[in-house]
Structure formats: structure tokens, C-alpha cells
Design a protein around this ligand. Structure first.
Ligand code: CDV
Length: 310
């Protein structure tokens, strides 16, 4: 048996501050059309795909900061993506900065949305693991201000039925945490989609620079294998506003193997036929959660005070 979903991971090259939202959308729409021409069921865009990754510089003025956020998706600027997807009968995944009116007041989230081939929203996700710092570090070559500009996502890690299977999302730094994959897999995820903006240099830890590409792949390959999931990871690549970001947009099979990967640091489609039934051999055997997990023992150990670290 096979359940094939043809997925086009749409890597974005740098988005300069001088580029208008509609120019950036034109680039996404071009990739959406190319994906549809190649028979893709789903085109997946990156984290904060509509703008440059503004967490990389200090912004004092709240109005200026809010100009990078969307009040609603679909909304005035993004409706065109929904219309085009519906016309082409292709689903899509989009990362964006979300300004949300919640019961607790206005919140800023780093969000993503999953849309089916009729233009209907399947699901929404808000990034949980926010990296970086909240204070200005003027001595650094660039900032990483996600802790200042975003609130922690309040939707957990839900999964949805879509594209013939069960789909979950996470965003960038979430991919480095094993809990992300396990919680999604406990929710039945067969396919996990994530966008990222990952610099190739960590100002505070230059000794880790040589490991950036390796660790980017390591966490996703392990997450895919240990949970019997496809992982589709879409990057923002190249030098954007002085920050050099890795490409390596990747499609990873439930075996943990990288089956397709980008080769440039520009707008580029990475396409693969993902068979959702290829998850079965892992979910039904080695990582059969029902047959093999022992949550009651995990809890017993962590509840022993003596076993806890200070
Ligand atoms: N956008 C991100 O979450 N980026 C982080 C970097 C800052 C380490 C990442 O995990 O790739």
C-alpha cells in the first residue's frame, strides 16, 4: 500500500528590508506555480516567509515592529496566496509573524498555517521554543531577539487530518527538542512540516559554528526515525541583512534518511513523493508506542525527589 503526497519544500533566498510585501509574495506565488506545474499536492514555505527575519536586528518602535506582523491570515496581503492555491488546486504551509487579539490582550506569535487544496485552513501553530535573548547586545554582529518580539505559542502541538494522512507543524528551534516530535507523534503525526531561519554563526558560541549544518540535520533525522514520521524542513537561505543563513532545505524519510535537499542559497523547490505508508514499518514495530512505551515508569522516576538534579 502507498499513500503518496508530492511535497514541494519552497526554500526562500534572502528577503531584503527594501523588498515590499507584495514583491515577496510574488516570489512565493512563482514557486507555488512551479510546484503545481510539477504536480505537487502541497507547497511548503518557510518561517516568517513574508518578511526578512526581523529578530536579527533591534527595533525600538512598536509600530515599526508591528509592521512585520499580520493581523489576520488570510488577510489583505495574503488573500492572493489563498486565491492562487485554490485556482491551482494545491495545498500550502506558510510561516508568518502573527498579531493576535486574545482574551489576555494583544499577543505576538511566530506562527504557521496549513491550508488544503480548496483554500480552507486545516490548522494553525504557534512556535513554542523561542531562542535568543530579550536585551540588546550591540557588540554582537547581529541580534536574536525572538524572546523579545514574540510570545510563547499557546496552542501546544496539535495534529490534523490532511493530505491523506495526519499532519503536524513546528517552527525552527522547536525542531531541536525531542518533545516536539514525540508529542506530535503521540497525536498520530505522519508528516511534520517546519520552517526555519538558522544563521551559520552563533555570536555567543563561535566554537559551535562548524557544527551548525550537522546539528540542523541531526535533530530532524533523529526526530523522524524515533517517531516514524516524514519531516519536511524549509529554510530561509543566504545572506539577509548581513546575516548568513544556512540553506539545507530537507525532506527526511521515516527511516531518518535525507531523501531530498536544496543545493543553493536562493529560492529553490525541493520536491519528493512522500509515501505516508512508509511510516508504518516504524510505527507498527520498533516505535510501536502502545506496545513499547512505559510512561508509568518515566513518571515514577521523575517523581522521585532524589532522582532530580538541583
Ligand atoms: N529561528 C530560530 O529559531 N533559529 C534558531 C537559531 C537562532 C539557533 C534555530 O534553532 O535554528
Amino acid at each position: 500500500m502507498s499513500r503518496i503526497v508530492r511535497i514541494a519544500a519552497a526554500q526562500s533566498g534572502p528577503v531584503p528590508r527594501s523588498e515590499s510585501r507584495s514583491e515577496t509574495l510574488d516570489r512565493l506565488i512563482l514557486m507555488m506555480r512551479q510546484a503545481a506545474q510539477q504536480g505537487a499536492d502541497l507547497v511548503a514555505f518557510t518561517e516568517c516567509a513574508l518578511t526578512p527575519f526581523f529578530s536579527h536586528w533591534w527595533i525600538d518602535d512598536q509600530q515599526e515592529l508591528d509592521s512585520y506582523f499580520e493581523n489576520a491570515v488570510p488577510g489583505p496581503s495574503t488573500q492572493i496566496l489563498f486565491d492562487e492555491a485554490k485556482r491551482l488546486e494545491i495545498g500550502f504551509h506558510l510561516g508568518y509573524a502573527e498579531l493576535a487579539d486574545t482574551e489576555e490582550g494583544v499577543r505576538h506569535f511566530n506562527s504557521s498555517i496549513l491550508v488544503d487544496a480548496t483554500g480552507s485552513v486545516i490548522g494553525r501553530f504557534r512556535k513554542v521554543h523561542l531562542p535568543g535573548h530579550s536585551e540588546h547586545r550591540p557588540d554582537n554582529p547581529f541580534q536574536n531577539l525572538e524572546k523579545r518580539y514574540f510570545d510563547v505559542g499557546d496552542l501546544g502541538f496539535p495534529t490534523w487530518r490532511g493530505f491523506g494522512g495526519i499532519v503536524g507543524m513546528c517552527i525552527c528551534n522547536d525542531r531541536r527538542w525531542s518533545e516536539t516530535y514525540r508529542v506530535l507523534a503521540l497525536g498520530g503525526a505522519e508528516l511534520i512540516i517546519l520552517g526555519y531561519n538558522t544563521p551559520d554563526h552563533i555570536p555567543e558560541h563561535p566554537e559551535l559554528d562548524r557544527l551548525v549544518d550537522f546539528q540542523h540535520q541531526l535533530c530532524m533525522q533523529a526526530g523522524a526515525y524515533q517517531n516514524g514520521c516524514w519531516v519536511v524542513a524549509i529554510g530561509k537561505a543566504g545572506v539577509e541583512e548581513g546575516v548568513s543563513q544556512i540553506g539545507l532545505t530537507s525532506i527526511i524519510a521515516p527511516s531518518g534518511e535525507i531523501v531530498a535537499q536544496s543545493t543553493t542559497l536562493e529560492d529553490e523547490l525541493v520536491i519528493f513523493d512522500c509515501d505516508l505508508d512508509a511510516t508504518r514499518v516504524y510505527k507498527d514495530a520498533m516505535f510501536n508506542f502502545k506496545a513499547n512505551r512505559t510512561p508509568e515508569y518515566y513518571t515514577a522516576i521523575t517523581e522521585q525527589k532524589d532522582a532530580r538534579l538541583p
